[in-house]
Design a protein around this ligand. Sequence first.
Ligand SMILES: Cc1cc2nc3c(=O)[nH]c(=O)nc-3n(C[C@H](O)[C@H](O)[C@H](O)COP(=O)(O)O)c2cc1C
Length: 165
Amino acid sequence: MTRGLLGLVASGCGGVEIWFRKDLAEPAAQRGWRLAITLTPTVVPWFEEAGELDKLQALTDLDIRWTPRLPSQPKPYPTPDAVIFAPASANSVAKLALGIGDNQALTALNEAIGVEGCKVVVMPQANADKRRHPMWETHVATLTGAGVVVVTDEAPGRLLDLLDT
Ligand SMILES: Cc1cc2nc3c(=O)[nH]c(=O)nc-3n(C[C@H](O)[C@H](O)[C@H](O)COP(=O)(O)O)c2cc1C
C-alpha cells in the first residue's frame, strides 16, 4: 500500500546516526510511505562517518537533500502529505519557530507548515539546559499554535502512529 509522500527531516542531535534509519526511516518505508529525506548540513557528516547515508538512500527513489536547488532546476520533491522532524535540535526548533529557512531542511519544514492538510510532527531532542533558554517555551508554543504536533519523550517508531490519528 502506498500511503503518500512523507518528509523526514533530521538535525544534529546525539545518537541520530544510530537510530534515525533503523527506528524511523525503515519502519516508515515498511508502512508504505515514499520518503523525502532532508538533512541539516550539520548532521550530514555524522551520517557519512557512520556509513549511514547510502543505507538511507536505499530506502527511497528520491535523492536525500541537504543543499538547495539551483533556480534552473525543477523542485526535486513533490509536496509532502506529512512531515516528521526528528530529532529536532534546539537550534533548529528556534529557527523553525521564527520562520528562518537558512538551510534546505528548514526551508522544507517552513513550507510544510503552510501546506493545508500536511501534518507536521516535531520531536525536539534538547537537554534541560537548552530547554531553560528563555525563548524555548515560546518557540514550542508558536509551533503548536501553528498546528504543528510537538511531541516529547516519544519513541521514534511511535511518531509514525501519530500520522494515522
Ligand atoms: C555530538 C553532538 C551531539 C549533540 N546533541 C545535541 C542534541 O541532542 N540536541 C541539541 O539541541 N543539540 C545537540 N548538539 C548541538 C547541535 O548539533 C548544534 O546546535 C548544531 O548547530 C545544530 O545544527 P542543526 O540544527 O542545523 O542540525 C550536539 C552536538 C554534538 C557535537
